[in-house]
Design a protein around this ligand. Structure first.
Ligand code: BMA
Length: 322
């Protein structure tokens, strides 16, 4: 398998890594990115070790970086979001969205009683956040659509049904809400069996972007492979790719197109070598620029943050099989 021809990895990759962070940081990855009033904001996951540079993971926080061009980033030394209260042990894998001028974050919330999908609100200072809702366990990889659809907020999500689907076979679902607090009308959007390059779980990746053909959205797709030493752990037996699909503008529970091959396959050294878990591509941000360029931000090897670009028409053509 190889990445789609229309996708270009940025020559400055990785665009953010631990060396760019002015506080304890070791694995800087799986970021959410959004452009707000001309400035790019990135909330990144930081898994830090003690001591720094060792392989002894000590905790996770979420940091903020700002950029004028979406390529060169400056980390804010004062922002380190952490949440632990005895029940909650951490928040991670943030995704950023702006709806009606308000800034929202979805993240995975690790708790003593399971993993929950959290939705929180912040403001342009990013000094603090307010948790609005947390799903029942187990659920994560939530992404919000950028506007209300048929009068409701909508999200994509990835529940973990442990009894019915077999080991690690999870799918992409959607829910809607009148107020971002109470979610329902849950529907299946895409099953792993429809993704030829996944033999295990799939999940929403970056929040969808609107095009005249539909909601364009990336997802991650996982294949189980023979476990081997492929990173810090003794054994790691999965590969993560990025896929791309198009959802109906009026009814985003309907997939109207999907590229039947992966959009991004781990190929570059920073995706395949020297990381915590090699062969992982995990997108969390996607920006459609006015000139038709699509920026896709992704965590590579659970270790660094990267950027790949493509033209929106090429991505739509892949989804629509043209
Ligand atoms: C998933 C999540 C991601 C991570 C990926 C690969 O289950 O934990 O945060 O990037 O595994 O390790």
């Amino acid at each position: 398998m190889k990445s789609a021809d229309c996708i270009v990895r940025h020559p400055l990759n990785p665009i953010l890594s631990a060396k760019d962070v002015p506080f304890d940081a070791d694995l800087v990855f799986n970021a959410g990115v959004h452009k707000i009033d001309g400035t790019y904001y990135m909330l990144f996951r930081n898994d830090y070790c003690s001591p720094r540079g060792s392989h002894d993971l000590a905790g996770t926080n979420i940091g903020l970086a700002r950029s004028a061009d979406g390529i060169k980033w400056e980390v804010d030394p004062d922002i380190r979001w952490e949440l632990s209260d005895g029940e909650i042990n951490r928040i991670y894998d943030p995704r950023l969205q702006v709806i009606d001028g308000e800034i929202y974050i979805c993240f995975a919330v690790g708790t003593r009683h399971g993993i929950r999908g959290g939705i929180a609100k912040t403001d342009k200072s990013f000094r603090s956040f307010e948790m609005l809702s947390m799903s029942a366990p187990d659920n994560r990889n939530m992404v919000l659509f950028p506007e209300k659809i048929n009068g409701k907020f909508m999200r994509l999500e990835r529940p973990f049904p442990v009894y019915s689907r077999g080991y690690d076979i999870f799918d992409i679902w959607s829910s809607d809400s009148a107020d971002l607090l109470y979610w329902g009308n849950t529907q299946l959007v895409l099953g792993t069996e429809h993704v030829p390059f996944a033999n295990a779980k799939i999940g929403p990746a970056a929040p969808p972007v609107k095009t005249d053909k539909g909601w364009l959205t990336v997802f991650h797709a996982v294949s189980a492979v023979e476990p081997k030493k492929n990173g810090w752990e003794d054994k790691w037996g999965k590969e993560y790719y990025a896929g791309i699909m198009l959802l109906d503008l009026k009814d985003p529970t309907k997939v109207i197109g999907m590229y039947d091959k992966p959009l991004l396959v781990p190929e570059a050294d920073y995706e395949t070598k020297g990381g915590f878990r090699n062969d992982v591509i995990f997108p969390g941000g996607m920006i459609l620029e006015d000139n038709g360029e699509v920026k896709i931000y992704y965590g590579a090897a659970d270790t660094v943050e990267c950027l790949a670009t493509a033209n929106v028409d090429d991505l739509l053509a892949l989804c629509l099989n043209k």
